[in-house]
Design a protein around this ligand. Sequence first.
Ligand SMILES: Cc1cc2nc3c(=O)[nH]c(=O)nc-3n(C[C@H](O)[C@H](O)[C@H](O)COP(=O)(O)O)c2cc1C
Length: 335
Amino acid sequence: MPDLKTKFMGIEIKNPIVVGACNLSKDKETLIHLEKAGAGAIVYKSLFEEQIQYERLQFEEKLHEFDERHAEMISIHPNVEHAGPKEHLAELKKAKKALSIPLIASLNAVYKETWVEYAKLIEETGVDGLELNFYTLPREAEQVNIVDNQVEMVRAVREAVSIPIAVKLGPFYSNPLNVMSKIDEAGANGFVLFNRFFHLDIDVDNEKITSPFNLSKEGDHKLPLKFTGLLYNKVKGSICSNTGIFTGKDMAKMILAGAECVQIVSAVYKYKAQHIEKMLKELEFWMNYRSYKSVDDFRGKLSDDAIKDPFAYARAQYVDILMNPENIIKEYTDI
Ligand SMILES: Cc1cc2nc3c(=O)[nH]c(=O)nc-3n(C[C@H](O)[C@H](O)[C@H](O)COP(=O)(O)O)c2cc1C
């Protein structure tokens, strides 16, 4: 039986499957169910700046000032439920006590003061680590210094707490590797690649903006796979790959590229908690077949750092496909 043990940000986990932050990862009974189904660790649903501000404004009886902003704020992330931060922290504490696997909290703040204040409050709940959920999609040309601000938040949170911190970020930077290396320098212990942004759509029949609830699809893991392979051994922090991971083989790919663990959400929504065991069995089967005794035996084996082919992760791949059309499967070239 191969050994599936791994670590994320120095936290020991019994296998590489971490259930990512979502609406399932906040109810105590569901968390226990996910643990029983075999999850190695769980990221608790994020606490959002909106919840914090909402409670503050309620307290100040200034709800009318908040109406417009709140409508806009909740539209950037679906299903923000308005449990206040006090309730969130209390539930987090109960969840930590109820689980024997590591529990990682998640925070999505906007203001520096909130990041620091709530990182400290979250640490007091006893959780094993904290994920900083960077969910920024600029909507105004004047919005600048996004990276500098994010790096500063990481530094400020790092100074404020002693639990391990991971940064979950999106891929939309001019150079994600440069951003990650700055975040690494600022003291992050891990990276979650990537955050999956929700996108709006337009219903042309009714000429309305809609917010469809789309889960990832099989095959959506290619972008995080590439950046996992590029990042491995280039930063001190560990890598947790996320987005579109549905099978044991998807997991094996991410580990070959350099991940210490993966996060899954859509797989659990689509195929329920028992899918975790299926994925673990598939990984074990693959490891047995390849004679790997532990995940450390093959971690990073196909990363950019490890392979001898300098072009595998580079532009040459793209040029090769365009310059050698015979490499394209014939069925797609017959029209
Ligand atoms: C219903 C739902 C709620 C989510 N809530 C959060 C959240 O609170 N915080 C967060 O960082 N990500 C949240 N996510 C994003 C997931 O953690 C994950 O990054 C994303 O779904 C990609 O992984 P997947 O392809 O396995 O679904 C949510 C996703 C879904 C579908």
